[in-house]
Design a protein around this ligand. Structure first.
Ligand code: 13P
Ligand code: SF4
Length: 435
């Protein structure tokens, strides 16, 4: 398959027979507003089969002028609106965002870098977050009260974040406290459980964690955060990504027999009381459908075809895949590993295809390919399209804020506490290092 930075162009080539390869859905080339209009769901792409919660935000129809405009017209209008708005607006693009949108971003980065970039641009009245819902919420938590955070398509959620519903988590907590009520008594300094949530979770979950002595983590600081949690508690409830939780705990030397899965649809998460008591890590039954697609067989094939290949995967991949890879790291770790390679190298990457194709286009001295041969983007990130960006920008020109994402103060306050704990958590000094 020819590698262009644009997944959309790759899909067009595949569909026209101009390129070999296949995609996971023939509907990926449909306009997102056509998808939004139909049955609510995550749309075509890797998470399309995931169950969308009834409360997930829906996107109303945008005006016909944006649906019908050509790519050239949208380009002209977006550039003109951005120029007129100047510093009043900042556009953020996540690494997984399609190229047709990323080209307009003032900053491109991982979810946390973007949220902090938003914080640094206090002069901007509006932050347009071309990412997914939990990222926009985090930007709202970290920006000033005067700034409006906008998600161009409200249907751009994250199916993994949606797998931890606040009512289910409250229910889980109640059950845990019942089983573990005899712990933490007699002045025991350690709490029975510390809740830890991955950044990929709703503000409500971050708020829950903040209220219960817990903390947020990202894929780059998960081990520092788990160490922080074990200084304060006997166990960790890790939300919502079982894979990041398992991979991180395993790398810290916690045995698989000390981890238990919590399935929110079953009493006690599907465990007996003794299993809960014995667990050091309780893994919420969530996963990312994009990263679940990566397999050990794909890695074996890459190694057979490219004996010197360097395999780097995201820690949202299943444990067997992380174990079979050469390295595992966040989107930014992957990007920096490629940027730091001084000799031409073959990289096989296990993360979302938009980032992999962009890295391949930016580094022609290396051979860079996605481990998954099927083109299957994050379906929620893919819901953002230049038409929505033009709509939100031109609304700002008229003094209107559309698609604002704002976290209510009762949730925001404890959610910020959980984020601040993360920012203050320091990696443990290396054993034997000088003091
Ligand atoms: P980052 O936190 O690295 O931006 O990743 C977000 C994400 O959604 C990974 O699937
Ligand atoms: Fe969520 Fe997975 Fe998409 Fe990341 S790649 S935003 S975890 S669905």
């Amino acid at each position: 398959m020819t590698t262009t930075a644009s997944v959309e162009l790759t899909l067009r080539d595949i569909s026209a027979g101009a390129a070999a390869g296949s995609s996971c859905s023939t509907r990926l080339l449909d306009a997102p507003w056509d998808v939004d209009r139909e049955d609510p769901g995550y749309g075509p792409g890797a998470s399309m089969a995931d169950a969308i919660p009834a409360v997930a935000p829906r996107q109303g129809e945008i005006p016909a002028e944006y649906r019908e405009a050509s790519a050239e017209e949208l380009d002209r209008r977006i550039r003109a609106a951005k120029a007129e708005l100047g510093d009043r607006v900042v556009v953020l693009g996540h690494f997984y965002q399609r190229d047709e949108v990323v080209q307009y971003a003032d900053y491109v980065g991982d979810s946390f870098q973007l949220a902090t970039a938003a914080k640094a641009r206090t002069e901007a009245e509006a932050i347009i977050f071309c990412g997914v819902h939990f990222m926009a919420e985090t930007a709202d938590l970290l920006s000033t009260p005067e700034q409006a955070v906008i998600l161009p398509n409200l249907a751009a959620g994250c199916s993994m974040a949606d797998m931890a519903d606040i009512d289910q988590v409250e229910e889980c907590w109640e059950q845990l406290m019942e089983v573990l009520e005899d712990e933490g008594a007699d002045g025991d300094a350690l709490a029975p459980v510390i809740p830890v949530t991955y950044m990929n979770s709703s503000a409500a979950i971050k708020g829950f964690v903040g209220r219960h002595g817990g903390i947020v983590c990202t894929s780059s600081n998960a081990s520092t955060v788990l160490a922080w949690a074990f200084e304060r508690g006997r166990r960790v409830l890790f939300l919502p990504d079982q894979h990041l939780g398992r991979n991180t705990a395993k790398a810290m030397g916690i045995g698989l027999d000390e981890m238990a899965m919590w399935n929110p649809r079953r009493p006690l998460g599907g465990n007996d009381e003794q299993t809960v008591r014995d667990a050091r890590v309780l893994l919420w039954h969530g996963f990312c459908s994009v990263h679940k697609r990566f397999t050990v067989a794909q890695i074996d094939k890459a190694r057979a075809e490219h004996p010197d290949v360097r395999v780097i995967v995201h820690p949202e991949c299943p444990m067997e895949v992380v174990d079979a890879a050469d390295e595992a790291g966040s989107t930014d770790v992957i990007r920096r590993a490629i940027e730091g390679a001084t000799e031409p190298t073959t990289f096989a990457i296990g993360t979302e295809i938009n980032l992999v194709q962009r890295l391949a286009a930016q580094h022609p001295q290396h051979e860079i390919f996605c481990l998954d041969p099927v083109v299957c983007p994050c379906s929620t990130m893919y819901r953002i399209h230049p038409g929505y960006l033009a709509w939100t920008l031109e609304a700002l020109l008229r003094g209107e804020v559309v698609n604002q994402v704002s976290v209510s103060p009762d949730v925001a306050e404890p959610a910020r506490v959980a984020l601040e704990r993360m920012l203050a958590a320091k990696p443990a000094p290396l054993a034997g290092s000088a003091r």
